[in-house]
Design a protein around this ligand. Structure first.
Ligand SMILES: Nc1ncnc2c1ncn2[C@@H]1O[C@H](COP(=O)(O)OP(=O)(O)OP(=O)(O)O)[C@@H](O)[C@H]1O
Length: 296
């Protein structure tokens, strides 16, 4: 077990956005979270990363030994003796979950547009080292290390040729890949990707999904995604939220057959087309790249 929730619940006034969710993510698993608009997917991600505090329930995370030692203990102690057991991150803040190895990319682009592609990744790599930014002034090698790491990541996400260009020159799909690169610079165990193909042209969707699959080879990934072809193609497991409840989870083929899921969300989806299901089960054409990012 890498990440788990028990009875995780979030209420906003009278709305129960996440309702008693028991969920487990295994190491190097790629799990997509699907469901209609307002099902609680983004709220679930926000709870996992500490952006929101749960109303009830518990979240546990068992980061790799290195991350736990580097990120330190949540009690603030300097004790680098790493207990192999899971850490209770229910009340952890976003910077704490990030240091432990839970990284989140956002639907709304999170990059510095006028800064070069390499610098965007380099800055993230340096920020991840957090407290060592003061050390940076004493150790010029640290800067070189971060540049080298940024270059390794750019190669992995296919952006080496754009390293010196301002990030604003990238296509929308390339920007989504850069966001994955920025998340990788934090040396995560788990990447939470929020609609990485939203607003991406159909040609670029393949490039984004290729990179996600490549990254999934040595990371666990959770993916919120409305493009059902992508979900069914790359997921090891699909978890379905409806009105805050986890109503089904299983391998893609099983989820596709599930009557409850068809009723709640997939109605009419048969696969094979470039379909994005956006609300209440009506399959819609994949989004136009110029249409901008939709659905929060
Ligand atoms: N900050 C907030 N304050 C009040 N209500 C909220 C807040 N955030 C989300 N909600 C409500 O919680 C429910 C779940 O919203 P959430 O954004 O998590 O759904 P979602 O599955 O991510 O939807 P989408 O697919 O549209 O992104 C919705 O009813 C939403 O209106």
């Amino acid at each position: 077990m890498l990440l788990s929730t028990q009875d995780l619940t979030k209420q906003f006034g009278g709305i129960t956005a996440v309702d008693g969710v028991d969920f487990t993510l295994e190491e190097e698993e790629l799990c997509s979270v699907i469901g209609p608009n307002g099902a609680g997917k983004t709220t679930f991600f926000n709870l996992l990363t500490g952006v929101l505090e749960p109303t009830a329930g518990r979240i546990e995370f068992a980061p790799s030994t290195g991350a736990a030692a580097e990120g330190g203990q949540l009690d603030g102690s300097d004790d680098e003796t790493v207990d192999d057991g899971p850490i209770d991150i229910t009340d952890a803040a976003p910077h704490e979950t990030a240091l432990l190895g839970l990284h989140r990319s956002y639907q709304v682009t999170n990059i510095f547009p006028t800064v070069s592609v390499r610098e965007n990744v380099r800055i993230a790599a340096q920020a991840h080292r957090g407290g060592d930014s003061w050390r940076f002034w004493r150790n010029a090698n640290a800067f070189d290390d971060h540049v080298a790491e940024a270059d390794r990541i750019l190669e992995r996400i296919g952006l080496t040729a754009y390293a010196d260009q301002p990030a604003e020159n990238l296509s929308h799909g390339e920007k989504r890949n850069l966001e994955i690169g920025i998340a990788l610079a934090g040396d995560p165990d788990v990447l939470l990707l929020d609609e990485p193909t939203a607003g991406v042209s159909s040609e670029d969707v393949d490039r984004v999904t290729d990179i996600i699959e490549d990254v999934a080879a040595d990371h666990a990934i959770m993916l919120i995604e409305h493009n059902m072809d992508v979900v069914m193609d790359i997921s090891d497991r699909v978890a379905v939220l409806n009105q805050g409840e986890l109503i089904a989870q299983g391998p893609p083929a099983e989820i596709r057959q599930s009557e409850a899921v068809q009723r709640a969300y997939l109605g009419g989806y048969e696969g094979g087309g470039s379909e994005a299901v956006t609300d209440g089960g009506d399959p819609e054409p994949a989004q136009d790249p110029d249409a901008g990012v939709t659905a929060g």
